[in-house]
Design a protein around this ligand. Structure first.
Ligand SMILES: Cc1cc2nc3c(=O)[nH]c(=O)nc-3n(C[C@H](O)[C@H](O)[C@H](O)COP(=O)(O)O)c2cc1C
Length: 172
């Protein structure tokens, strides 16, 4: 922890306006990814907007799964994950992976990424295949870092975006 900085939970702190927190943070636009893994060959995944590049040397990326995520413990068990960056025509894929359930992959095309076996979804813009580097508590989420093993761009179409609670497209 950085000296002099203390992270307080809401119960320790003066009343915190969580609706305002959501409203203000919703003004930060993100891309949309699906984080996948295949523990014991069974594909799992969830939609994630909290993806970021972190470090070039060593090559690290990060995302933040909610403590309530049912996919995260399975991804953690796999020890690896693939970041699938969605294109603007993949809103339906995002919605599918933003729900809970065991049949998220039903009827969906994918192949196993060579380095980790994690699902690489058909039609994504780009993918980043990782081993789990570390996972630490981050309030009501975890901060998960991945060591990049392989990555590539699949096509140069525009990305799917998420902004103020809705889906959008990139325009210049
Ligand atoms: C655009 C978008 C971004 C999301 N980002 C995250 C995220 O960063 N972390 C997270 O835990 N859930 C995120 N979610 C919500 C999860 O996808 C959702 O809770 C899902 O049902 C979790 O599935 P699971 O229980 O199988 O893990 C996001 C959903 C959407 C639509």
């Amino acid at each position: 922890m950085v000296a002099g900085v203390r992270c307080q939970s809401m119960s320790e702190h003066a009343p915190f306006d969580s609706a305002k927190y959501r409203q203000v943070l919703g003004h930060f636009p993100t891309g949309v990814t699906v984080i996948t893994a295949a523990p014991r060959g069974e594909p799992v995944g969830l939609a994630v907007g909290s993806f970021s590049s972190v470090s070039l040397d060593p090559p690290l990326v990060a995302f933040f799964p909610d403590r309530s995520s049912s996919s995260w413990p399975k991804i953690e068990a796999a020890g690896a994950f693939c970041v699938n960056i969605l294109g603007e025509d993949q809103e339906d894929v995002c919605r599918r992976f933003a729900m809970k359930g065991d049949d998220k992959f039903a009827g969906l095309g994918w192949e196993a990424a060579a380095a980790t076996g994690s699902p690489l979804l058909d039609g994504v813009i780009a993918w980043i295949d990782c081993e789990i580097h570390s996972a630490v508590d981050a309030g009501d989420h975890y901060c998960v870092m991945g060591l990049v093993k392989e990555l590539d761009v699949t096509h140069d179409g525009p990305p799917l975006l998420f902004f103020r609670g809705g889906y959008g497209r990139f325009a210049i």
